[in-house]
Design a binder for this molecule. Structure first.
Ligand SMILES: Nc1nc2c(c(=O)[nH]1)N[C@H]1C(S)=C(S)[C@@H](COP(=O)(O)O)O[C@H]1N2
Ligand SMILES: [Mo]
Length: 338
């Protein structure tokens, strides 16, 4: 009987871990408002992990008594999962957004990624064989109870954050905190991974626009002569967002007739690039000004992409090339690799 219960706890934990990774991944990939439920689901699933912990601890105690190899790896995995949950709560409540040199969110994502290979090892080394009876009515009822409890817990935490006016109450639907909106000097300068701020001389810079009918080169003055404007929210996966006024040229002016093109590749002088769907062209802006002034180097001078409704990593800085292409937009890594 106890062994049966142990197996269903392990299976539930496995499902919860997989859902936590999936919703976390989606929360970073989705930047528009309809995706709010993904962030909520991520929180619910995270609390589900907490609810299952007491049951798991019984299994762990039993397992430790058997002195199998791999105990060290299991302890590291446990520590990582505890760190992921803790940093998730610290970020969500706003009680500890920054932990010295790193942010809670950076630790959250870093520990979660580090736990993946260990979790895979754990599943292989300590296999749980699923059985038909695992889907019994009783077990489904249990799963529903855990999920319901986690949802109640999530609602309680969110309610508490609001009643106590914790900083986490003001977060955007993505989970991000506001930073310096409409104050250009307060907009943080951020790079995805290893890019560095480029100091580019406007006289040396050219924008290459490639379409089916050939390549075209524009100077800084050419691009700066446009005055398309958009007020848009830059929402970095680092956990902050900022609303700013951007000005430059809409991409459907540079590529008025995409013809067979399904996507447009926007590339930085650093090699950093993102591929966007061609149907987005009218909503995309190649900005040369921020708050009415030329872009500071840190924000992408001479020109940077403004992609409203998309997370910050799509907003390519120091753009030097825009290329219409027949390749579908999703033919790329979901997140930049450099
Ligand atoms: N070339 C290049 N563009 C980039 C990045 C980068 O690393 N390299 N980082 C992206 C990320 S993750 C974000 S959040 C925004 C930040 O823009 P900002 O520094 O102007 O606030 O730029 C994006 N554009
Ligand atoms: Mo970002």
């Amino acid at each position: 009987m106890r062994r049966r219960a142990g197996r269903s706890t392990n299976l539930a934990l496995l499902a919860v871990l997989a859902l936590a990774l999936l919703t976390g991944f989606l929360a970073y990939a989705i930047g528009s408002a309809w995706g709010w439920w993904v962030v909520a689901a991520h929180g619910v699933v995270g609390l589900g992990l907490v609810l299952l912990a007491p049951w798991k601890s019984v299994i762990v105690r039993r397992g430790m008594a058997r002195r199998r190899p791999g105990v060290a790896a299991s302890i590291v995995l446990t520590a990582l999962v505890v760190l992921v949950v803790l940093t998730g709560v610290l970020h969500a409540t706003g009680l500890g957004v920054s932990l010295g040199p790193v942010t809670s969110l950076q630790l959250h994502v870093g520990a979660a990624l580090a736990s993946i290979p260990l979790a895979l090892w754990h599943v292989v080394a300590r296999p749980v064989r699923a059985r038909a009876t695992d889907l019994s009515r009783r077990n489904l009822l249990r799963a529903g109870t855990v999920l319901g409890g986690a949802a109640l817990g999530y609602a309680a935490v969110e309610g508490l954050v609001r009643v106590a006016s914790l900083p986490g109450a003001d977060r955007r639907f993505t989970g991000s905190f506001e930073a310096g909106s409409l104050r250009t000097e307060a907009l943080p300068v951020t790079q995805w991974l290893d890019d560095s701020v480029q100091e580019i001389d406007r006289k040396d810079w050219r924008l290459t626009v490639v379409t089916a009918s050939g390549a075209q080169e524009l100077s800084y003055e050419d691009v700066a002569s446009f005055d398309d404007r958009v007020r848009a929210v830059l929402d970095c996966t680092g956990g902050w967002y900022s609303e700013q006024d951007w000005e430059g040229v809409r991409l459907d002016r540079l590529i008025p007739d995409p013809e067979e093109a399904r996507s447009v590749l926007v590339r930085s002088v650093t090699g950093y690039s993102r591929r966007l769907p061609a149907r987005d062209l009218p909503n995309l802006l190649l900005a040369v000004r921020l708050g009415g002034r030329p872009l500071p180097a840190g924000h992408g001078f001479p020109a940077r992409l403004v992609a409203p409704g998309r997370r910050g990593f799509w907003w390519v800085k120091w753009v030097s090339r825009i290329e219409a292409s027949a390749a579908p937009w999703w033919l790329q890594s979901p997140f930049p690799l450099t």
